[in-house]
Design a protein around this ligand. Sequence first.
Ligand SMILES: Nc1nc2c(c(=O)[nH]1)N[C@H]1C(S)=C(S)[C@@H](COP(=O)(O)O)O[C@H]1N2
Ligand SMILES: [Mo]
Length: 204
Amino acid sequence: MTSHEGRHRRTGGLPPGQHWLDEPEIMHYGPVPPLRPDRWTFVVGGATADGLEHTFEWSDLAELPRHDLVADMHCATRWSAPGLRWAGPRAADVIAMAPPAPEVRSVLVFAEFGYAANVPVADLAADTSLLATTLDGEPLTVERGAPMRLVIPHLYTWKGPKWVRGWNYLTTEDSDLGFWEQRGYHRRGLAWQEQRYDYQGEHP
Ligand SMILES: Nc1nc2c(c(=O)[nH]1)N[C@H]1C(S)=C(S)[C@@H](COP(=O)(O)O)O[C@H]1N2
Ligand SMILES: [Mo]
């Protein structure tokens, strides 16, 4: 396992029920979408503070400060991959530009082809939650989610849509569920508490 000492160094421990893989498997449901930056927008809607839908162009998000993050990846199918080096704007900076109404506790983050995931706003707003555009210093490949992918390292990786296109703020009346949440997976998905399935403990 010498590669853990090089580019891919583990940054944290191994959450319960996981085993290490050197490289993350490329994993997603459905086809890889074509890269069309000219038609790309990022939309924040649902219960926003001002009641409006906010649409960002690529150039709007490219102006935001960029942050580096080295993080392990934890897939709910039980593999973890060490030391991925991501960079991009913080999700928190997009929340600041299009904030939620006060009662909002969670979002449905959505991507191309209808993939989506439920994420608590508090997790999305964490300093370590990035809208990554590079991996290991290179622009994301299309298989890894180009042009942009959400990375929330403390949650299982299904909470980080590749080809992310925005999110909707949910109120307690909204029952929208993401792709895996519709199939019985957990609303929060905290890897450290092994929140794989919905029946495993509390969620917001
Ligand atoms: N759009 C989209 N994003 C997705 C998925 C998906 O099916 N569609 N799968 C998730 C899951 S379950 C995992 S483990 C990671 C895999 O990322 P990788 O292909 O870079 O290893 O992507 C996540 N993001
Ligand atoms: Mo996964």
